[in-house]
Design a protein around this ligand. Structure first.
Ligand code: 4AD
Ligand code: MG
Length: 427
């Protein structure tokens, strides 16, 4: 039977012999007794070795972060963290660790330099467990709702989300770019499969260095045939509710360790999300002290103010056409587009961007021209409007941003095992 530390902190294990692999989280050596905390993915347990035990000398050789196998008897002990303790019978050392470089109170920059080691901390472990639930929930949700999972290339010939954030690479002496979104490919694939999704990295050469921007991020995107902006918002809301509900059930211990107040997450599951038109969102921002004019773009700072007092996510919809890329379908007034940004509460802001797509050739050609884009670069995409176009909609969700908000982290870099930002390529 495979078991972990948290499985054995139970009465039915009391007095039984257990066999565990783990790392030494901390150690306190004494003349008569040596105590160490053994850590595995599930948790930590206190282990004790007495000077009369035959392995006492071996135990005294181990150091913090050494890797070991421990055999011993599990005992109830009120004084031990978690209420149980292992009395060590045998210890096998896999590797004695050199003096461990991470200590409490280290500066953040140092911790990011040592990310390969920092990932072992209980806090980072808890975040990564939540992240795992988020990813598996996305796949479960789409699978349960009849979507096909399908992939698009990472090397692409042109931009989706504007040239400013394109990463250029040398592709056999030609220019290629790293994809910003699967969307244009999705709009081709949606014609045969009708309900599709992907979970993949997207790349943005972000010049804006904020707490919510990465240069490489995980993007969960969906595209659906014969659906409107309204329909796709319903789907986004269902998806977010599904993920958060799963995290509340599966990661109760991790949320506790992260000191995450779960009231807000419960609201997300139980209350309907808000929907406001762009103009109303601008009014809301101004009521909260900003001085925005119609036409202002909403970035991290503005969204922080807009969402900090909300108790559920907010769909900010129908932006002025100038603020959004060419592919959004214009509304009847031609001044707005049928789009939605889903803003997370508690100051976090945009986690999803989506909407309805232009579905006729004339409008698409006009929009490409207005945006100063070269028709030639979009030939195959224009074809999709030549040969049986359909109404369709979709969205992209920043998975790292979602994890940051669910765990209420101060920076997106905490939500990713090895974050990539303009300043960080190592480790
Ligand atoms: O709003 P965006 O740019 O929309 C698109 O890329 C659409 N083509 C998606 C689609 O409709 N299929 O990006 C979608 C989401 C954002 O809401 C944000 O959560 C995340 O991707 N995102 C980033 N996350 C981290 N770092 C960055 N630099 C990000 N840029 C976007
Ligand atoms: Mg966006």
């Amino acid at each position: 039977m495979e078991y972990y530390i948290n499985d054995i902190k139970k009465d039915n294990f009391e007095g039984k012999e257990v066999d565990l692999n783990g790392f030494i989280n901390s150690i306190r050596k004494g003349k008569n007794n040596t105590f160490f905390m053994l850590r595995d993915p599930s948790g930590i347990i206190q282990c004790v070795s007495h000077s009369s035990d035959k392995n006492f000398n071996e135990v005294n050789e181990i150091t913090r972060e050494s890797s070991v196998n421990v055999k011993g008897i599990i005992k109830k002990d009120e004084r031990a963290e978690g209420g149980y303790e292992i009395s060590v019978k045998e210890i096998k050392v896999y590797s004695i660790a050199e003096p461990f470089p991470l200590k409490k109170g280290h500066k953040k920059v140092f911790l990011f330099d040592e990310r390969h080691l920092w990932l072992r901390s209980p806090k980072m472990t808890a975040i990564m467990k939540v992240r795992s639930t988020v990813f598996s929930s996305i796949h479960e949700f789409f699978s349960e709702n009849g979507f096909y999972e399908i992939q698009s290339p990472s090397f692409v010939g042109g931009s989706v989300e504007g040239g400013a954030t394109l990463f250029e690479t040398n592709y056999f002496n030609k220019k290629a770019y790293l994809t910003q979104s699967w969307q244009l490919y999705a709009e081709a694939m949606v014609n045969s499969l009708w309900k599709i999704y992907t979970v993949a990295p997207s790349f943005r050469a972000e010049k804006s260095r904020t707490w919510r921007h990465l240069t490489e991020f995980w993007h969960a995107e969906a595209e659906i045939a014969f659906k409107t902006n309204e329909d796709v918002m319903d789907l986004e809301e269902k998806l977010i509710k599904y993920i958060v509900k799963n995290v509340l059930i599966k990661n109760a211990d991790e949320l506790k360790l992260l000191k995450r107040d779960t009231t807000m997450l419960e609201n997300v599951v139980n209350k309907p999300f808000l929907r406001m038109k762009y103009e109303e969102v601008i009014d809301l921002a101004n009521k909260n002290g900003l001085k925005l004019e119609y036409g202002a773009d909403l970035g991290a700072d503005e969204e922080r103010v807009i969402t900090s007092k909300l108790d559920v996510p907010l769909f900010s919809i129908d932006y002025p056409i100038e603020l959004k890329p060419f592919y959004h379908k214009p509304a009847a007034d031609s001044k707005h587009v049928l789009c939605n940004d889903l803003l997370a509460p508690e100051g976090y802001g945009e986690v999803i961007g989506g909407g309805q797509r232009v579905d006729d050739k004339e409008t698409l050609l006009k929009r490409l021209k207005e945006e100063g884009l070269n028709e030639k670069d979009y030939e195959w995409y224009i074809d999709l409007r030549r040969y049986g176009a359909i109404p369709h909609s979709g969205f992209g969700m920043g998975v790292d941003r979602l994890v940051m908000w669910i765990c209420k982290l101060p920076h997106i870099m905490y939500a990713v095992p090895f974050p990539r930002t303009p300043r960080r390529l190592n480790p």
